[in-house]
Ligand binder design. Structure first.
Ligand code: XMP
Length: 460
């Protein structure tokens, strides 16, 4: 192992609690307990077939020769005393090991990634059989406990929530509303970069169907004024972020005062960001930044709310389940991701009111046709992008000189990697025809066939 590689406290191995070391975790375990780890002659990256030596215990119900995902250059050369071999691969003689007496387990592969087909079964064995955990975590139990905790924490104080219409903030709104009723104020800032009809639909849905009042803040002109003449994507994001803060600040003063700011922070945000600090006096988390998807910088000093983040231990799919269980409709729960700056980063270069209208109309056609085709849930995202160039076309007996629209339809597991979607030509044809015929200012439609990497999903 590389000198200076991180180590753990060796006491861990004698605490008498079950441990599963994954990849480097297994190597550290082996090395600290007296086994050997060395740079392998050949590293192993990607899929490997797992040959099982001992199908009991950790590997119960894991199929022999199942695919597991590997990513290592070092390998275990010999096992510490008390350990036995559970499985190997063609390149890795010790791919899964155990000291069942001490309940110490190690796997060289990554059972936690979706491409490891037997991974879930292995993790289940470890958690339920070896650790003896009971599967008592249910969404209903979570909702009950969250409601209780919110009530206890908030008391008779007021809470502000910035609603975006996505699944996180919508789930949070439902949860908070159930817990504290009208002590909750939901604020929706319309920055003018949403899809056609969505702001109206969102407010109506919340008010009329869910009976959760929403303070609608019309700020379209202010946001547009901020991005006029801006072509750099990051400057665009920053300007939008700062304006969001200004509007948020003004409106929270107008509607306030509030003691708490509710945020739809999820577990991955907790791991990845240092966006929040603890208040030195109370130990409570206070907001320094609003959740990164609003792409904003710091909140002003005099606007330091106490934070309330009931979803912070959940992953996205768990939030969806919670949302569903407390009554959010599928329309929100299974919505495709939509970036915080919205259509602003789907108009390449300068944003103008005209370009926004064109993109909004083209985007609506994409949504309608994707819905009609029944493919909405098969695609990670399907949207239109407007390019700030013009090309020549002909319509009727007129020459046209108008914008192209790019269709970006992708499949993905998590947005980190993506592939362009192989949708039927007929669907592409219908979308392209409708856009050119119905959206003035567009005379050409192209389909983006770039995967990520090297392309990104969004164009800016
Ligand atoms: P990229 O374009 O980086 O996108 O492949 C990966 C995922 O992130 C979304 N995305 C954003 N979301 N603010 C957001 O809230 C942004 O500035 C932003 N940029 C990209 C994108 O839609 C995709 O799901």
């Amino acid at each position: 192992m590389i000198p200076g590689a991180p180590q753990c406290d060796p006491e861990i191995w004698s605490l008498g609690i079950p441990v599963l070391g994954v990849c480097y975790g297994m190597q550290v375990m082996v090395q600290q307990l007296g086994g050997g780890v060395e740079r392998a002659e050949r590293g192993e990256y990607g899929k490997a077939s797992l040959h099982i030596n001992d199908a009991t215990d950790l590997l119960t119900s894991v199929d022999n020769d199942t695919v597991m995902w590997m990513s290592h250059g070092d390998s275990v050369t010999y096992l510490p005393e008390g350990f036995e071999l559970l499985a190997h691969t063609d390149n890795t003689p010790q791919a899964a090991i155990a000291d069942p007496t001490r309940k110490l387990y190690g796997v060289q592969f990554h059972p936690e990634v979706v491409h490891s087909l037997g991974g879930q079964a292995l993790i289940r064995n470890f958690v339920y059989q070896i650790c003896g955990c009971e599967p008592t975590w249910t969404t209903d139990a979570f909702v009950e406990e969250a409601v209780r905790e919110i009530r206890a924490r908030v008391g008779d104080k007021r809470v502000l929530l910035a609603l975006s219409g996505g699944v996180d903030s919508s789930t949070l709104a439902f949860l908070l509303h159930r817990a504290i009723g009208d002590q909750l104020t939901c604020m929706f800032i319309d920055q003018g970069f949403m899809r056609k009809g969505e702001p109206e639909r969102l407010v109506k849905l919340f008010r009329d169907q869910f009976h959760i009042p929403v303070e609608y803040v019309m700020a379209r002109d202010r946001f547009l004024a901020q991005v006029v003449g801006v072509t750099d994507p990051e400057v665009k994001r920053k300007r939008i972020g700062h304006e969001f803060i200004s509007v948020f600040e003004e409106e929270s003063k107008r509607l306030g005062p509030f003691d708490y700011l509710a945020q739809g922070t999820l577990y991955p945000d907790v791991i990845e960001s240092a966006d929040t600090n603890a208040d030195i006096k109370t130990g409570e988390r206070v907001a320094v930044k609003i959740k990164s998807h609003h792409n904003v910088g710091g909140l002003p000093k005099d606007l330091r709310f106490k934070l309330i983040e009931p979803l912070r231990k959940l992953f996205k799919d768990e939030v969806r389940n919670v949302g569903r269980s407390i009554g959010l409709p599928d329309e929100i729960v299974r919505r495709q991701p939509f970036p915080g700056p919205g259509l602003a980063i789907r108009i390449i270069g300068e944003i103008t009111a005209e370009r926004l209208n064109i993109l909004r109309d083209a985007d609506l056609i994409v949504r309608q046709e994707i819905n009609r085709s029944g493919m909405y849930h098969e695609l990670w995202q399907a949207f239109a992008v407007l390019l700030p160039v013009r090309s020549v076309g002909v319509m009727g007996d007129q020459r046209t000189y108008a914008y192209p629209i790019v269709l970006r339809f992708v499949t993905s597991e998590d947005g980190m990697t993506a592939d362009w979607a192989r949708v039927p030509y007929d669907l592409l044809e219908t979308v392209a025809n409708r856009i050119v015929n119905e959206v003035r200012g567009v005379n050409r439609v192209v389909y983006d066939i770039t995967s990520k990497p090297p392309g990104t999903i969004e164009w800016e």
